[in-house]
Write a protein of this length. Structure first.
Lengths: 286, 282
């Protein structure tokens, strides 16, 4: 029995080894490569901080930084609000619940490039559906330049991304709601708690952890959103919708400044890792 | 009298819920409807001012054109092959590792699990540069194999995590029973645990497939010809062309979405349990 247990302990490593080796080769090694790259520059022979020094003086970097924060902040907040309202609606005992759940999840199955291109077409100032709809309703006189007006571009992209991304948050919150035992609500009813009270004292506290999970995952996804922005504006007009992922792509494959692009990517990774650290810590210590 | 009041209240509440869900459904369907209607128009009709909503002349010419005038067939086959291989490899390795994390206590486990999760947080932007250089050096740039390797970076950490959650829901007594009956650890895993975890495996395969199917960053950076392009990349390149043919683009978008939607509708039960198995239980 003891022999079996020792052997079993080693088996743990045995099962994990293939995946661990794979991750080492396909993620850790390239990540270190990129880190090294970010400390090299053409003018200097040894490692240097040139790229990072340049980065902190680069107005474009800071603009991408701000844009990413705005994009992620607004999108994730609205995903949560909309996702939560819909999850609450789907958690009632209505007959068409499953049908609505199916419908509501559809945007999430579409590749983000497809979402981007479809919304770009809806937003088209001349031939698009949105301006036509608004002018038929007599809400606008002149076509609105949804994606080429610098003031509107970010909002338009955010709106499209809300459409694409809320189902995922909704799905996680719905499963959290369904995991709350019905007896709790029945007990509250017997104690004559109002609907609001049972929401405040049963629903919200039970959901605390799952909301954390949903937020963390959504922040991580939206932080690296690329296809949607690339199809809709490619970061334009000017750099009004430039986010980290599109900026890194440009530095790599349009300006071919690999070292500089790596430095931006390293900063982005540090932000992402520190944002997700509480989440990683929470779920891996269980 | 009072009972009736509660009944009425209930009716009002349910009508409000329906009203809200119908509004949401309209919001959800609107882009799909516009996409579909455009794909059935001729190119001149798509560029009419003001736009027509229901096509005056229904035509499938856009659907034919993307297969004949554009290499959409190639894109489609590439996407299917790449996404399937990625899903198979990362589910297989993820099942092994997920089982390992679920069943064994060993030194450094928390750290290792944390490291698995942390690799998932690294953005593609950090890895594309090195991939570009490394793949070129070993002759895998602009190949399907290269893309499969790249997609494993997105899918494997997630698969491991999802399957760990699944194995956690299966009582360890099941493994012990199989081992008492004479199975080795690997035998117990293969003959007893894998069949029981089938819904989880299905969910993971599907999710990895959808992740790989939906990507465009990697395909954009690691391929250079039409022969190796995926559906999403084909669509992205198509937008950048001098003259955009919207009916064709919308037809391509529908073709690019349909496999994912069908898979999802068929397997949605598994997907929902699988995605939330790890997240909900704590």
């Amino acid at each position: 029995m003891l022999a079996l247990r020792i052997k079993d302990k080693q088996m743990g490593y045995f099962f994990i080894l293939p995946a661990a080796l794979m991750l080492l080769a396909v993620i850790i090694y390239p990540a270190i490569y990129s880190l090294k790259l970010s400390f090299t520059s053409e003018s200097e022979a040894l490692y240097s901080l040139t790229n990072y020094a340049e980065l902190f003086r680069d107005a474009l970097f800071w603009q991408a930084f701000r844009n990413t924060l705005v994009f992620v902040g607004v999108v994730v907040t609205l995903h949560l609000v909309i996702g939560f309202s819909i999850a609450m609606a789907l958690n009632t005992r209505i007959k068409a619940r499953l049908l609505f759940r199916l419908i509501v999840l559809l945007p999430w199955t579409v590749p983000d490039v497809v979402a981007g291109i479809t919304w770009k077409w809806i937003y088209d100032p001349v031939y698009g559906a949105l301006n036509d709809l608004l002018s038929r309703l007599n809400l606008i006189d002149a076509p609105i330049l949804w994606l080429s007006d610098p003031k509107l571009a970010m909002a338009s992209i955010i709106f499209a991304d809300i459409w694409r991304g809320f189902p995922f948050v909704m799905l996680i919150l719905l499963s959290g709601l369904q995991a709350i035992p019905r007896e709790l609500y029945e007990a509250a009813k017997i104690d004559r708690a109002s609907g609001f009270q049972s929401f405040r004292y049963i629903t919200l506290p039970s959901l605390k952890k799952i909301v954390g999970v949903a937020l963390a995952l959504d922040i991580i996804w939206e932080f690296r959103r690329f296809g949607l922005v690339q199809t809709m504006t490619q970061g334009g007009p000017g750099h009004q919708t430039e986010v980290f992922s599109t900026l890194i792509y440009k530095e790599y494959f349009q300006f071919f400044r690999f070292e500089y692009a790596s430095a931006i990517a390293v900063i982005m990774s540090i932000i992402l890792l520190s944002l997700s650290l509480p989440y990683i810590w929470m779920i891996s210590k269980e | 009298m009072r009972a009736l009041g509660i009944q009425q209240q209930q009716t009002i509440k349910i009508s409000l819920v329906y009203f809200f869900l119908v509004l949401v459904s309209i919001f959800v369907f609107f882009p799909f409807v516009w996409m579909f209607l455009t794909s059935l128009k001729t190119n001149p009709e798509a560029l009419r001012i003001p736009p027509t909503w229901v096509p005056q002349k229904l035509t499938f010419e856009a659907y034919i054109a993307i297969w004949t005038r554009k290499p959409f067939g190639t894109y489609f086959m590439n996407s299917v092959m790449i996404a399937s291989c990625t899903a198979a490899i990362s589910t297989f390795l993820g099942a092994l590792a997920g089982y390992g994390f679920s069943r064994f206590i060993f030194r450094g486990k928390t750290l290792l699990l944390g490291a698995f999760l942390a690799t998932q947080m690294l953005p593609g932007g950090l890895l594309i540069g090195p991939y570009f250089k490394i793949l070129a050096r070993i002759g895998l740039f602009n190949t399907r194999t290269g893309l499969i390797i790249a997609f494993i970076t997105i899918c494997l950490p997630f698969s491991t995590w999802m399957l760990k959650g699944f194995f956690d829901t299966i009582p360890p007594e099941l493994d012990q029973a199989a081992m008492i009956d004479g199975c080795s650890r690997i035998g117990a895993f293969r003959r007893v645990l894998l069949p029981v975890a089938k819904p989880g495996m299905v969910a993971t395969v599907l999710f990895a497939f959808l992740l790989a199917w939906g990507d465009v960053l990697w395909a954009l950076c690691l391929t250079s010809t039409h022969e190796m392009s995926t559906v999403t990349l084909g669509i992205l390149r198509f937008v950048g062309e001098f003259q955009v043919y919207w009916p064709m683009l919308m037809a391509g978008s529908i073709i690019g979405s349909v496999p994912a939607i069908i898979l999802y509708i068929m397997l949605q039960k598994f997907l929902i349990t699988g995605l939330t198995a790890g997240a909900v239980k704590g």
